[in-house]
Design a protein around this ligand. Structure first.
Ligand SMILES: Cc1cc2nc3c(=O)[nH]c(=O)nc-3n(C[C@H](O)[C@H](O)[C@H](O)COP(=O)(O)OP(=O)(O)OC[C@H]3O[C@@H](n4cnc5c(N)ncnc54)[C@H](O)[C@@H]3O)c2cc1C
Length: 383
């Protein structure tokens, strides 16, 4: 297990790619709530989104630490990986639990950029964080499953060909153990009838939607792994998701600290740079300390994940610490900019809105604290 590898070539390549997508590009998309299609295409063409897919299936077979470096650099450059990051970790469910036929059918196409697997349908309006209470059902009907129900916050569904869907195949009161009875399906969003996608306007440009299923026919061959074991498969992928999202937070924090520092050195009020005031310096320095600590935890979590070691504690800690570091850095950056922090042209208000998400999604801070309290510290289960 090594934490030393820094993937400098990958970082340099991503940085060069991101330089073609400056703040002005993101500002227009943000204002018009448009999807960064060119940016995603460029990342796909350069192979970065397929970095975790094994070489045998057309990807580059790199470790999770390399994918984390890609996302960190994207965010550090002022860009945003949320338009396409899901492909990196949802693919893992097919890789780990799919049949060889499914891997052969989908992974090379995803690696080549001919198929987009960007939508991940877990959250529902009624059950929220309580995933085991989700109500979308999939009922076997001959060679198909009939899917009925509703998902919410299904990001990128309009910009994806496939959706990884979690649905109930056995009623909750008929399962032996509470984690059973849910199944994972690969839904072809282009070819499935009985499916409606409605965009949700939000405070950030995130292409998120709600998806309604009304007896949508999903071929039985699109079931991933065994029926009833889907919750376990999804949990498996969540450590990867948390580590990668933490890397995005780390990139955001670096961008905020760099931007805040540059402005604080240059902006003069009362005949001196504002950065000479400790009231301006200290929040930036404190956010820097939080960011450095979060980086260590992300590297540790990724190294454990890549070594196949248990990493639930580290993945959750990384996500918690990094989301708090990026928020602290965002606050320091906005405050350092004074009124100009509110002007779109500085990109600070946009990044500040964007980085706030990570304390809520993909898992809220409270639920991470619950995990640490219960599973790491042995305190009584709270829910
Ligand atoms: C922009 C955006 C994009 C998203 N993209 C996706 C996606 O692509 N796919 C997907 O499936 N989901 C997605 N989500 C959903 C996201 O994962 C959930 O919003 C998140 O898990 C929280 O669930 P909830 O919104 O239902 O909050 P709730 O579960 O209703 O919780 C509300 C608040 O109560 C707190 N809370 C709840 N229960 C407890 C407890 N037992 N102890 C302490 N506090 C508690 C939570 O921490 C939270 O702060 C996205 C969300 C957003 C906002």
């Amino acid at each position: 297990m090594t934490e030393a590898e820094d993937f400098q070539d990958i970082r340099d390549g991503v940085r060069a790619l991101c330089a073609r997508f400056p703040g002005s590009y993101w500002r227009v998309l943000d204002r018009e709530r448009r999807y960064p299609g060119d940016f995603v295409r460029a990342l796909t063409d350069a192979g970065y989104l397929a970095c975790l897919i094994p070489e045998a299936y057309g990807g580059s077979g790199l470790p999770l630490a390399a994918a984390a470096a890609v996302l960190e650099e994207i965010h550090k450059a002022g860009c945003n990986g949320a338009a396409c990051h899901a492909q990196m970790y949802t693919m893992g469910t097919i890789l780990k639990h799919g049949s060889e036929a499914q891997k052969q059918a989908y992974l090379p196409e995803i690696a080549a950029g001919r198929l987009r697997l960007q939508a991940f349908g877990v959250t529902e309006p009624t059950s929220g964080t309580d995933t085991l209470s989700l109500r979308t059902t999939a009922v076997r009907d001959g060679g198909c499953y009939l899917v009925s129900g509703q998902k919410v916050w299904t990001s990128r569904a309009e910009h994806s060909d496939l959706m990884l869907l979690l649905a109930r195949t056995t009623p909750k009161d008929q399962v032996q153990r509470k984690g059973e009875g849910l199944s994972v399906f690969l839904v072809d969003l282009r070819a499935t009838e009985g499916l409606e996608i409605r965009p949700i306007p939000t405070m950030i440009n995130h292409a998120t939607t709600e998806v309604f299923f009304s007896e949508a026919r999903v071929p039985a061959e699109n079931l991933i792994g065994e029926e009833g074991r889907g919750f376990r498969y999804i949990l498996d992928g969540m450590n990867a998701e948390r580590i990668l999202i933490a890397a995005e937070c780390l990139g955001d924090a670096r961008w905020f600290i760099e931007t805040a520092g540059a402005y604080a050195k240059e902006r003069r009020v009362f005949d001196r740079p504002i950065g000479q005031n400790q009231g301006v310096q200290f929040p930036i320095a404190r956010a820097f300390a939080q960011t450095e600590a979060a980086e260590l935890m992300i590297r540790k979590a990724a190294a454990r994940f890549d070594a196949g070691a248990a990493c639930g504690k580290e993945a959750n800690l990384a996500k918690l610490l990094a989301s708090e570091a990026s928020w602290a850095a965002g606050e320091a950056c906005l405050q350092s900019h004074g009124g100009f922090g509110f002007a779109e042209e500085y990109d600070v208000e946009r990044k500040w809105r964007e980085t706030r998400l990570y304390q809520i999604a993909p898992i809220s801070t409270n639920l991470i604290l619950s995990y640490l309290a219960e599973h790491v510290l042995g305190l009584p289960r709270s829910y």
